[in-house]
Design a protein around this ligand. Sequence first.
Ligand code: HEC
Ligand code: HEC
Ligand code: HEC
Ligand code: HEC
Ligand code: HEC
Ligand code: HEC
Ligand code: HEC
Length: 317
Amino acid sequence: MTRSRFEKIAFTGLGALLASAIVLGVTHVAVAQAPADATYKGMNLCVLCHKVKHPVIAEAFPKTAHPKALRTPDEEGAIVAKFDEDSPVSKADIAYILGVGKRKQAYIGKDGKTLPGQWDVKNSKWIRQEVVDGMTQCVPCHVTGMDMKTKAWNEKGITCESCHGAGSAHATTGDKTKINNPKTLTPERSAMLCGQCHARGTTLDGTMPRSMTYKFGDDLSKHIKLAEVKGPAANQQYNEWLGSKHATSGVTCTGCHDIHGPGSANPGQLKKAEKELCSGCHAADLATPEHPKLTDAMKCGLCHMPQGTHTFKMPGQ
Ligand code: HEC
Ligand code: HEC
Ligand code: HEC
Ligand code: HEC
Ligand code: HEC
Ligand code: HEC
Ligand code: HEC
């Protein structure tokens, strides 16, 4: 079997990097932090090196929903909606596609505004989409490395550097102190990393739905005023979770979700299948005579996460 050219580069590069990492290791112990002047390099480069050291991450992450959060019509199969003469959206007008299309899919036209229809996947029908400036109101949470001055971004979708920070300083050296590792965050700050996008709210000046000043490790509440949870709605997992006993017990988003494998292939990217995951921590609660007996088909979320809500309330609460 012959290795591809790219793999050869990765292997030789890694050899040299690992040698320098040993030297760095004895002289320099620091908290991983991407330097402020680092630039975005893109997922392909991260995958190129990491398929050697973290084959599961490199293999699994590109298949998840995150990198497909924004696509263009030239990508095969990206548009999941069906069109006819009554559709509120014409296929030819689509410039960008928002959402991989698990539940919904929305579209942005060539003028940067959202097109007036959203595709409801489950019910296979069009629903209303408010026409807003997609470049400021939608795209910032669906791409990596957004520059609000030029309204340009480095990479479509949520890729490695959305969570790990701009990677130029790390990717040219392999120095692990020059990249952000969420494992170094407290549970509270780790959830904030996800909450920068998985929350409803506005910037403190009220102009944007996502803060562009928030940086890895920051206190999100200094950048975003969170909206109150008024009932089940999309994209407010962080708002909901904050009010749950999981938040006060340090069970964060990554306590249940696996960002990049091997569990990321499970429904909802859960670390384990739902029942196994929840029972792992709640065996004693389930064994009480008060707890309803469960059939195989009953998932925990049926009663404790109605409509996917992350407040983890008790039934009836
Ligand atoms: C030239 C090869 C190379 C490239 C390109 C590269 N990495 Fe790394 N990365 C490494 C090496 C080597 C390590 C250290 C692995 C170890 O010893 O655990 C590492 C470690 C990491 C870590 C763990 C840091 C820690 O605290 O342990 C993260 C996160 C990471 N890389 C993310 C990325 C991202 C994101 C990109 C793309 C911007 C990227 N890497 C590109 C080689 C590379
Ligand atoms: C930069 C914005 C951003 C950040 C940061 C972010 N996400 Fe996401 N996430 C999204 C978007 C946008 C989607 C929708 C992808 C789609 O379906 O097209 C998504 C989808 C998901 C999904 C898939 C849900 C499904 O449909 O199955 C999970 C799970 C998830 N995110 C968890 C997390 C966790 C946990 C973190 C923190 C470690 C995180 N996300 C950080 C923007 C973000
Ligand atoms: C949505 C946020 C998010 C994205 C996107 C993301 N990661 Fe991560 N990554 C995390 C989190 C959170 C952790 C900490 C481990 C955990 O809690 O699961 C992590 C940990 C890591 C580690 C350290 C693993 C270890 O064992 O210490 C590496 C390496 C890494 N990621 C590489 C990547 C690469 C390469 C990509 C893109 C192909 C990527 N990540 C995309 C959130 C993300
Ligand atoms: C604050 C960040 C943020 C903003 C702003 C944002 N989104 Fe999202 N979007 C997300 C996250 C996170 C998800 C995944 C979680 C969910 O669906 O509950 C998502 C999911 C979606 C999905 C569903 C994807 C799927 O696979 O089912 C669609 C469609 C969507 N967004 C369209 C839009 C549109 C249209 C706008 C602008 C009007 C917008 N988004 C603005 C963060 C954001
Ligand atoms: C105690 C476990 C647990 C915690 C903590 C948790 N989730 Fe979830 N999450 C789930 C389960 C279970 C589902 C449903 C999975 C499915 O689709 O089958 C889910 C679904 C999701 C989805 C898919 C859309 C939806 O609403 O159904 C997103 C996005 C998500 N979670 C993001 C997050 C984020 C962000 C956090 C942290 C603020 C978080 N989750 C914390 C268990 C958890
Ligand atoms: C990593 C361990 C862990 C996982 C995984 C986990 N939980 Fe929890 N859960 C906790 C802890 C700790 C508490 C708080 C304990 C307490 O207050 O009694 C809690 C609290 C709860 C509560 C609130 C109980 C109350 O008295 O209000 C519910 C409901 C719940 N969990 C359901 C779930 C469900 C459903 C899942 C799977 C989607 C899940 N948990 C996954 C650790 C976990
Ligand atoms: C058919 C609905 C239903 C399903 C499905 C369900 N529960 Fe419950 N759960 C309840 C009810 C009702 C209670 C309150 C019982 C009581 O008084 O202790 C409860 C209580 C709990 C509590 C709180 C116990 C306490 O004393 O604080 C936890 C934790 C919990 N369930 C976890 C789970 C987990 C994990 C699963 C999945 C394996 C699950 N539940 C599935 C209905 C359900």
